[in-house]
Ligand binder design. Structure first.
Ligand code: DHB
Ligand code: FE
Length: 279
Protein backbone atom coordinates (compact mmCIF):
# COMPACT_ATOMS: atom_id res chain seq x y z
CA UNK A 1 0.00 0.00 0.00
CA UNK A 2 1.05 3.62 -0.43
CA UNK A 3 2.36 5.22 2.74
CA UNK A 4 2.85 8.84 3.79
CA UNK A 5 6.28 9.01 5.38
CA UNK A 6 6.90 12.72 5.80
CA UNK A 7 5.69 16.26 5.29
CA UNK A 8 7.63 19.23 4.01
CA UNK A 9 6.68 22.88 4.49
CA UNK A 10 8.36 25.31 2.17
CA UNK A 11 8.10 28.92 0.95
CA UNK A 12 7.79 29.40 -2.81
CA UNK A 13 9.21 32.92 -3.27
CA UNK A 14 9.59 33.31 -7.07
CA UNK A 15 12.90 35.18 -6.72
CA UNK A 16 14.44 32.01 -5.22
CA UNK A 17 13.67 30.14 -8.45
CA UNK A 18 15.03 33.02 -10.52
CA UNK A 19 18.24 33.06 -8.42
CA UNK A 20 18.72 29.37 -9.29
CA UNK A 21 17.84 29.84 -12.95
CA UNK A 22 20.30 32.73 -13.31
CA UNK A 23 23.12 31.02 -11.35
CA UNK A 24 23.08 33.52 -8.47
CA UNK A 25 22.92 31.10 -5.56
CA UNK A 26 26.51 31.81 -4.49
CA UNK A 27 25.96 35.54 -4.19
CA UNK A 28 26.11 36.89 -0.62
CA UNK A 29 22.40 37.74 -0.63
CA UNK A 30 21.33 34.22 -1.60
CA UNK A 31 23.94 32.04 0.12
CA UNK A 32 22.14 31.84 3.50
CA UNK A 33 18.81 31.09 1.80
CA UNK A 34 20.23 28.05 -0.01
CA UNK A 35 22.49 26.94 2.86
CA UNK A 36 19.36 26.07 4.82
CA UNK A 37 18.28 23.63 2.10
CA UNK A 38 21.54 21.64 1.92
CA UNK A 39 20.43 19.26 4.67
CA UNK A 40 17.02 18.98 2.99
CA UNK A 41 18.50 17.94 -0.35
CA UNK A 42 20.59 15.30 1.38
CA UNK A 43 17.53 14.09 3.28
CA UNK A 44 15.52 13.90 0.02
CA UNK A 45 18.25 11.69 -1.47
CA UNK A 46 18.21 9.41 1.54
CA UNK A 47 14.41 9.19 1.77
CA UNK A 48 13.62 9.30 -1.93
CA UNK A 49 9.86 9.70 -2.44
CA UNK A 50 8.06 7.93 -5.28
CA UNK A 51 5.36 10.60 -5.30
CA UNK A 52 4.96 14.07 -3.82
CA UNK A 53 1.44 15.24 -3.07
CA UNK A 54 2.16 18.93 -3.49
CA UNK A 55 -0.22 21.52 -2.03
CA UNK A 56 0.36 24.93 -3.56
CA UNK A 57 -1.42 27.95 -4.93
CA UNK A 58 -1.72 29.31 -8.41
CA UNK A 59 -0.99 33.04 -8.78
CA UNK A 60 -3.52 33.87 -11.54
CA UNK A 61 -1.43 31.78 -13.95
CA UNK A 62 -3.39 28.59 -14.68
CA UNK A 63 -6.60 30.27 -13.49
CA UNK A 64 -7.61 33.78 -14.45
CA UNK A 65 -10.00 35.82 -12.33
CA UNK A 66 -12.85 34.17 -14.28
CA UNK A 67 -12.63 30.84 -12.47
CA UNK A 68 -11.21 30.34 -8.99
CA UNK A 69 -11.67 26.85 -7.59
CA UNK A 70 -11.14 26.46 -3.84
CA UNK A 71 -9.44 23.06 -4.19
CA UNK A 72 -8.28 21.80 -7.61
CA UNK A 73 -6.65 18.38 -7.92
CA UNK A 74 -4.23 17.72 -10.77
CA UNK A 75 -5.16 14.50 -12.57
CA UNK A 76 -3.06 15.06 -15.70
CA UNK A 77 -0.16 13.00 -17.03
CA UNK A 78 2.11 16.04 -16.92
CA UNK A 79 2.20 19.70 -15.96
CA UNK A 80 4.20 22.22 -17.96
CA UNK A 81 5.88 25.13 -16.19
CA UNK A 82 3.87 28.24 -17.10
CA UNK A 83 5.04 31.45 -18.65
CA UNK A 84 4.72 33.91 -15.76
CA UNK A 85 5.70 36.93 -17.81
CA UNK A 86 9.37 36.23 -18.55
CA UNK A 87 8.93 32.87 -20.26
CA UNK A 88 8.53 29.53 -18.48
CA UNK A 89 11.20 28.65 -15.88
CA UNK A 90 13.85 26.38 -17.48
CA UNK A 91 12.93 23.44 -15.25
CA UNK A 92 11.72 19.97 -16.24
CA UNK A 93 8.09 19.22 -17.01
CA UNK A 94 6.39 17.85 -13.89
CA UNK A 95 5.14 14.28 -14.35
CA UNK A 96 1.92 13.22 -12.63
CA UNK A 97 0.75 9.87 -11.27
CA UNK A 98 -2.61 9.66 -12.99
CA UNK A 99 -3.83 6.44 -11.37
CA UNK A 100 -3.06 7.66 -7.88
CA UNK A 101 -4.57 11.07 -8.64
CA UNK A 102 -7.85 9.51 -9.87
CA UNK A 103 -7.94 7.31 -6.81
CA UNK A 104 -7.46 10.39 -4.60
CA UNK A 105 -10.21 12.26 -6.50
CA UNK A 106 -12.63 9.38 -5.98
CA UNK A 107 -11.74 8.78 -2.34
CA UNK A 108 -11.67 12.44 -1.26
CA UNK A 109 -14.84 13.48 -3.13
CA UNK A 110 -16.78 10.47 -1.83
CA UNK A 111 -15.37 11.42 1.59
CA UNK A 112 -17.38 14.65 1.05
CA UNK A 113 -14.62 17.11 0.14
CA UNK A 114 -15.59 18.51 -3.26
CA UNK A 115 -12.56 18.96 -5.48
CA UNK A 116 -12.26 20.45 -8.95
CA UNK A 117 -10.65 17.91 -11.27
CA UNK A 118 -7.89 19.34 -13.47
CA UNK A 119 -7.13 17.16 -16.50
CA UNK A 120 -4.89 19.87 -17.91
CA UNK A 121 -3.02 22.52 -15.95
CA UNK A 122 0.14 24.63 -16.18
CA UNK A 123 2.05 25.18 -12.95
CA UNK A 124 3.71 28.36 -11.70
CA UNK A 125 6.40 29.21 -9.14
CA UNK A 126 4.06 28.05 -6.37
CA UNK A 127 4.78 24.47 -7.43
CA UNK A 128 8.15 24.64 -9.18
CA UNK A 129 10.13 26.64 -6.58
CA UNK A 130 9.59 24.12 -3.74
CA UNK A 131 10.72 21.32 -6.10
CA UNK A 132 13.78 23.36 -7.11
CA UNK A 133 14.90 24.10 -3.56
CA UNK A 134 14.39 20.49 -2.45
CA UNK A 135 15.99 18.80 -5.47
CA UNK A 136 18.37 21.42 -6.86
CA UNK A 137 19.07 21.68 -10.59
CA UNK A 138 18.04 18.43 -12.25
CA UNK A 139 17.41 17.23 -15.80
CA UNK A 140 14.30 15.40 -14.64
CA UNK A 141 12.36 15.63 -11.38
CA UNK A 142 13.26 12.45 -9.48
CA UNK A 143 9.66 11.59 -8.56
CA UNK A 144 6.07 11.96 -9.71
CA UNK A 145 3.86 14.76 -8.40
CA UNK A 146 0.15 14.99 -7.64
CA UNK A 147 -0.65 18.71 -7.34
CA UNK A 148 -3.43 20.17 -5.21
CA UNK A 149 -4.05 23.80 -5.98
CA UNK A 150 -5.72 25.87 -3.21
CA UNK A 151 -7.34 29.28 -3.61
CA UNK A 152 -5.54 31.82 -1.46
CA UNK A 153 -5.70 34.69 -3.96
CA UNK A 154 -9.35 35.75 -3.75
CA UNK A 155 -11.32 36.07 -0.51
CA UNK A 156 -12.47 33.77 0.98
CA UNK A 157 -9.78 31.10 1.00
CA UNK A 158 -10.58 27.88 2.87
CA UNK A 159 -10.03 27.99 6.63
CA UNK A 160 -6.94 26.44 8.20
CA UNK A 161 -9.21 23.89 9.87
CA UNK A 162 -10.82 22.92 6.55
CA UNK A 163 -7.34 22.49 5.11
CA UNK A 164 -6.25 20.38 8.09
CA UNK A 165 -9.29 18.11 7.74
CA UNK A 166 -8.76 17.85 4.00
CA UNK A 167 -5.25 16.62 4.80
CA UNK A 168 -6.81 13.80 6.81
CA UNK A 169 -9.05 12.85 3.86
CA UNK A 170 -6.01 12.96 1.56
CA UNK A 171 -4.22 10.60 3.90
CA UNK A 172 -7.15 8.16 3.89
CA UNK A 173 -7.08 8.31 0.10
CA UNK A 174 -3.34 7.80 -0.30
CA UNK A 175 -3.08 5.04 2.30
CA UNK A 176 -5.90 3.08 0.63
CA UNK A 177 -4.04 3.02 -2.70
CA UNK A 178 -2.88 -0.45 -3.55
CA UNK A 179 0.71 0.14 -4.69
CA UNK A 180 3.82 0.28 -2.54
CA UNK A 181 4.71 3.95 -2.75
CA UNK A 182 6.67 6.27 -0.54
CA UNK A 183 4.56 9.42 -0.59
CA UNK A 184 5.57 12.78 0.85
CA UNK A 185 3.18 15.68 1.28
CA UNK A 186 4.38 19.24 0.66
CA UNK A 187 2.62 22.32 2.05
CA UNK A 188 3.93 25.45 0.38
CA UNK A 189 3.65 29.24 0.41
CA UNK A 190 4.28 31.89 3.03
CA UNK A 191 5.78 32.80 5.29
CA UNK A 192 4.75 36.27 6.52
CA UNK A 193 4.62 38.66 3.58
CA UNK A 194 2.58 41.43 2.10
CA UNK A 195 3.35 42.52 -1.44
CA UNK A 196 1.20 45.62 -1.80
CA UNK A 197 -0.14 48.88 -0.36
CA UNK A 198 0.86 50.60 2.86
CA UNK A 199 2.14 47.53 4.66
CA UNK A 200 4.14 46.14 1.71
CA UNK A 201 7.28 44.48 3.03
CA UNK A 202 5.69 43.38 6.31
CA UNK A 203 7.55 40.45 7.89
CA UNK A 204 6.76 39.03 11.34
CA UNK A 205 9.37 36.51 12.58
CA UNK A 206 7.62 36.01 15.95
CA UNK A 207 4.42 34.99 14.18
CA UNK A 208 6.29 32.71 11.78
CA UNK A 209 8.18 30.99 14.61
CA UNK A 210 4.96 30.42 16.55
CA UNK A 211 3.34 29.06 13.38
CA UNK A 212 6.17 26.55 12.87
CA UNK A 213 6.17 25.56 16.57
CA UNK A 214 2.42 24.92 16.45
CA UNK A 215 2.72 22.99 13.23
CA UNK A 216 4.99 20.49 14.94
CA UNK A 217 3.52 20.43 18.45
CA UNK A 218 -0.09 21.62 18.34
CA UNK A 219 -1.41 21.15 14.81
CA UNK A 220 -5.09 21.17 15.79
CA UNK A 221 -4.70 24.38 17.83
CA UNK A 222 -2.62 26.00 15.09
CA UNK A 223 -5.21 25.20 12.44
CA UNK A 224 -7.92 27.15 14.31
CA UNK A 225 -6.39 30.56 13.57
CA UNK A 226 -8.88 32.78 11.70
CA UNK A 227 -8.02 34.49 8.42
CA UNK A 228 -8.07 37.93 10.02
CA UNK A 229 -5.16 36.94 12.25
CA UNK A 230 -3.06 35.84 9.26
CA UNK A 231 -3.86 39.15 7.56
CA UNK A 232 -3.09 41.27 10.63
CA UNK A 233 0.02 39.40 11.82
CA UNK A 234 1.48 37.86 8.65
CA UNK A 235 0.30 40.24 5.91
CA UNK A 236 -2.20 39.77 3.11
CA UNK A 237 -0.17 37.06 1.33
CA UNK A 238 0.75 35.38 4.62
CA UNK A 239 -2.61 33.64 4.34
CA UNK A 240 -0.86 31.25 1.91
CA UNK A 241 0.20 29.43 5.08
CA UNK A 242 -3.23 27.77 5.42
CA UNK A 243 -1.88 25.34 2.80
CA UNK A 244 0.67 24.01 5.29
CA UNK A 245 -2.25 22.66 7.34
CA UNK A 246 -3.23 20.27 4.53
CA UNK A 247 0.25 18.79 4.79
CA UNK A 248 0.10 18.62 8.60
CA UNK A 249 -3.37 17.02 8.54
CA UNK A 250 -1.97 14.22 6.36
CA UNK A 251 0.61 13.29 9.02
CA UNK A 252 0.40 11.52 12.38
CA UNK A 253 -0.65 13.53 15.45
CA UNK A 254 2.92 13.05 16.71
CA UNK A 255 5.71 13.86 14.31
CA UNK A 256 9.44 14.30 14.52
CA UNK A 257 10.83 17.64 13.39
CA UNK A 258 13.88 16.71 11.34
CA UNK A 259 14.89 20.13 10.09
CA UNK A 260 13.86 23.77 10.20
CA UNK A 261 15.18 26.73 8.23
CA UNK A 262 14.08 30.34 8.60
CA UNK A 263 15.70 33.28 6.89
CA UNK A 264 14.90 36.93 6.24
CA UNK A 265 14.73 38.21 3.57
CA UNK A 266 14.20 36.72 0.15
CA UNK A 267 12.57 39.36 -1.97
CA UNK A 268 9.89 40.84 0.34
CA UNK A 269 9.38 37.65 2.22
CA UNK A 270 10.51 35.53 5.13
CA UNK A 271 11.63 32.11 3.89
CA UNK A 272 10.42 29.23 6.02
CA UNK A 273 11.00 25.52 5.70
CA UNK A 274 10.35 22.50 7.88
CA UNK A 275 10.65 18.72 7.51
CA UNK A 276 8.39 16.53 9.64
CA UNK A 277 8.65 12.74 9.71
CA UNK A 278 5.80 10.48 10.71
CA UNK A 279 6.72 8.78 13.98
C1 DHB B 1 6.56 36.86 -3.72
C2 DHB B 1 5.53 36.24 -4.43
C3 DHB B 1 4.89 35.15 -3.88
O1 DHB B 1 3.96 34.46 -4.53
C4 DHB B 1 5.21 34.70 -2.64
O2 DHB B 1 4.51 33.71 -2.12
C5 DHB B 1 6.23 35.31 -1.96
C6 DHB B 1 6.89 36.38 -2.50
C7 DHB B 1 7.31 38.00 -4.30
O3 DHB B 1 7.01 38.43 -5.42
O4 DHB B 1 8.22 38.49 -3.66
FE1 FE C 1 2.81 33.11 -3.40
Amino acid sequence: MAKITAGVGCSHVPAIGIAMDLGKTHEDYWKPVFAGFEKSRQWMKENKPDVIFLVYNDHCTAFSAEVIPTFALGCAAEYKPADEGWGPRPVPVVKGHQKLASHIAQSVILDEFDLTIMNEMEVDHGLTVPLSVMFGEVDEWPCLVVPLCVNVVQYPPPTGNRCYNLGKAVRRAIESYDEDLNVMVFGTGGMSHQLQAERAGLINPEFDTRFLDNLTQDPVGGAQMPHVEYLREAGSEGVEMVMWHVMRGALNDEVEEIHRHYHIPASNTAVGHIILENR
